[in-house]
Design a binder for this molecule. Structure first.
Ligand code: PLP
Length: 382
């Protein structure tokens, strides 16, 4: 039986009538950009993120860029970020005029290591504001990523950010409705970014994203910057951008957001079944850190024989992914920062050994068993 990486068609069939009704309303009003559907979704999603504000935008990349841009740090500030993430986390830093300062992740969760962050800040401080040892930039921020759907060690990072007077950003693009210590992903630090790319746990029918924050000031700036730096049409306070969400995406997300908790509960159950089925295989399985709701956007396992394993699964028509095959510090796009191979061993280990298995709310027991049998057959032949 072929097993897809994710199946969006099953989900669509379950909510088709509601979605079509909402889309038809948009068509009737001919109100295609922002508008009441987007505003209603913003209200609902602020409830999921546990924040006073949610500002819907055109993509997760726009959300990362906007939250950093709106925080108004001096140009050329250093912002700590893990290398073990999708490029948009660091891209948003660069687009906002700042400098990524890479710090390695924890071996267990693969999220930014507060211990490594603190070590860097301590050694780079010399009495004044910490300076990035690579570029000399003054470090003024931390951007933590909730990788694979598990919130980073954000309470600890909040403490560090307070101590060193840093702005803390959360890239929650993979972690809708996740939580840590009872606090929702999206509610930590100064602001958070979400992506609603179709394959995300909460996915639009196209591109979409959002910034969540409790700060009235930051929210007002993000709202203005997403719409050319204006609060009133044709009057501009800043140079902004066109990062508005379209009404169709607001309409789709307004329906789907009602189901996110149920869908994530099913992902969590599927992760539990994988844990049972894969028990005893020579694979590193995902580790949950303490009191978290890990929403398994991706189910990543690790083996040094990753490439051979992926080939074997491919021959059995079992889809898999690599998230991510090359960490950012050794990507060409970031070569100007001066990092090299060996700088971040855990991120490098993750890139060379991770493989992500099929995971979506409607994955069946039979599909998971097929994946597990494929894995067992591979290791039996070793
Ligand atoms: C961690 C992370 N940050 C940012 C993004 C960017 O989101 P988008 O693809 O919606 O621009 C993604 C999406 O893949 C992501 O996974």
């Amino acid at each position: 039986m072929p097993v897809p990486f994710l199946d969006l068609k099953i989900q669509y069939r379950q909510i088709r009538e509601e979605i079509e009704k909402e889309l038809a309303e948009v068509l009737e009003t001919c109100n295609y950009v922002l508008g009441p559907k987007v505003a209603a979704f913003e209200d609902r999603f602020a409830g999921i993120a546990g924040t006073r504000h949610c500002i819907a935008v055109s993509s997760g990349t726009a959300a990362v860029h906007l939250m950093i841009w709106a925080s108004d740090l001096p140009s050329g500030s250093g912002i700590i970020v893990p290398p073990n993430t999708f490029t948009a986390s660091a891209e948003g830093i660069v687009l906002a005029g700042h400098i990524p300062v890479f710090v390695d992740v924890e071996r267990s969760t693969l999220n930014l290591s507060p211990q490594r962050v603190e070590e860097l800040l301590r050694s780079a401080s010399a009495g004044g504001r910490p300076l990035d040892p690579k570029t000399g930039a003054e470090i003024r921020g931390i951007l933590a990523v909730d990788l694979y759907g598990q919130p980073a060690a954000l309470p600890e990072l909040e403490r560090i950010a307070r101590e060193y007077d840093l702005v803390l950003f959360e890239d929650a693009c993979q972690a809708h409705d996740a939580s840590r210590d009872g606090r929702p992903a999206g509610s930590f630090g100064d602001a958070a970014a979400f992506s609603f790319y179709p394959g995300k746990n909460l996915g639009a029918f196209g591109e979409g994203g959002a910034v969540t924050t409790d700060s009235d000031e930051l929210a007002a700036r993000v709202r203005s910057l997403r719409d050319h730096g204006s609060r009133e049409k044709y009057y501009y306070e800043f140079i902004g951008h066109n990062y508005r969400m379209t009404a169709f995406q607001g309409a789709v997300l307004g329906v789907k957001v009602k189901y996110i908790t149920t869908w994530n509960d099913r992902r969590i159950a599927a992760a539990g079944l994988y844990r049972e089925l894969l028990d005893g295989l020579p694979l590193t399985l995902p580790v949950e850190a303490g009191d978290v709701r890990h929403v398994y956007h991706l189910y990543a396992v690790h083996t040094p024989e990753r490439d051979e394993l992926q080939k074997h699964l491919g021959e059995l028509n079992i889809a898999s992914g690599l998230h991510y095959p090359l960490p950012l510090h050794v990507q060409k796009a970031y070569s100007h920062l001066g990092y090299g191979k060996g700088d971040f061993p855990i991120s490098e280990w993750n890139s060379s050994c991770n493989i992500t298995l099929p995971m979506f709310p409607d994955i069946t027991k039979e599909q998971q068993e097929t994946v597990a049998e494929g894995l067992k057959a591979f290791f039996a032949g070793r």
